[in-house]
Design a protein around this ligand. Structure first.
Ligand SMILES: CC(C)(COP(=O)(O)OP(=O)(O)OC[C@H]1O[C@@H](n2cnc3c(N)ncnc32)[C@H](O)[C@@H]1OP(=O)(O)O)[C@@H](O)C(=O)NCCC(=O)NCCS
Length: 274
């Protein structure tokens, strides 16, 4: 388990970063074990990047489509969208194969076998994965991550990275995300990790659950749909229970497990697989 030792959470790939990736602002790429080996989930791809070193030319360099909405966005949004798609398109072990840029693709060169093609934006902002694939994308701070696997293995997956919630937003996040029992649970645990980090994990977990269940539920639902019943920091797990029926496979009272790990001392990643 990875709390509270951030260095244990990620293992460097040991592979050299291709020059094209550095030119796009990528600082580091790692395989991140999300600890769902029991369902055969492959590691996520975690990218650390420098938004200042990013430019929109990265889209063409890597053969990633830039939707109109992203073209009109600020640089930070362009960078996070790009990095999420880049992470989704490559498993870290394929990095030794040079990325296929737009020019090469136009000449008909074939992509590396694990390269995901374009991942459009769905009507509810969700990534539209190729048929037979389920996956999830997240970004926060200087990180972006993605994971994808065959839909034959699991129903859904959601991952979410969050940076430590600061004192200026703590109250509003608490009020939006937690009920009184959940607040009491986190306060009782705050010897294990600072309260703000526990709050960050709780928030992230509910976002992961939302992302992982959205394709099944088909509509937005609020944070009170789910109760966090237990948080095991050393074990890296959260237990949640559904407060109401969200879909046929997600009835009221259903108990589910999520996982949590540190990316660094101020950044957490949670994951939900079912
Ligand atoms: C959609 C949402 C969960 C995204 O979380 P976030 O912390 O803001 O942002 P992240 O960077 O971690 O994730 C963003 C990515 O999530 C993915 N995403 C967005 N909407 C999604 C949806 N409806 N379903 C699945 N994935 C979605 C996208 O890939 C997006 O990145 P992109 O726009 O670059 O493609 C959040 O904005 C939201 O709307 N939350 C309210 C709903 C909710 O969480 N309810 C609580 C249920 S208990």
């Amino acid at each position: 388990m990875s709390h509270p030792d951030p260095d244990a959470a990620t293992a460097p790939t040991g592979l050299p970063l291709p020059a094209e990736w550095r030119a796009s602002g990528v600082l580091d790429v790692r395989a991140l074990d999300l600890d769902w080996a029991d369902v055969g989930l492959p590691p996520a791809t975690l990218i650390a990047y420098d938004v200042e070193a990013f430019g929109v030319s990265a889209f063409a360099r890597h053969g990633i489509d830039m939707p109109g909405s992203i073209e009109r966005s600020v640089k930070k949004r362009q960078a996070e969208f790009f990095m999420g798609r880049l992470a989704a398109g490559y498993a870290p072990h394929t990095l030794s194969a040079p990325p296929v840029g737009a020019a090469l693709a136009a000449k008909g060169a074939s992509d590396p076998p694990t390269r995901m093609k374009q991942i459009p934006i769905g009507p509810s902002r969700q990534p539209v994965w190729p048929a037979g694939t389920v996956g999830s994308i997240t970004h926060a701070g200087r990180y972006a991550a993605a994971v994808a696997t065959s839909a034959a293995n699991i129903t859904g997956i959601g991952i979410d990275i969050e940076c430590r919630i600061g004192p200026e937003t703590r109250q509003s996040v608490e009020d939006t995300v937690l009920n009184p029992a959940e607040k009491a649970l986190l306060h009782a645990l705050s010897g294990d990790l600072p309260y703000e980090m526990l709050l960050t994990i709780a928030f992230s977990a509910k976002e992961s659950f939302f992302k992982g269940s959205f394709a099944t539920v088909g509509t937005y639902f609020n944070f009170d749909a789910v109760d966090i019943k237990a948080l095991d920091i050393p074990g890296g797990t959260l237990q949640i229970v559904l407060n109401r029926s969200l879909a046929a496979g997600l009835p009221e009272g259903k108990a589910l497990t999520l996982r949590t790990q540190c990316i660094d001392a101020d950044t957490v990643l949670t994951s939900f697989v079912w």
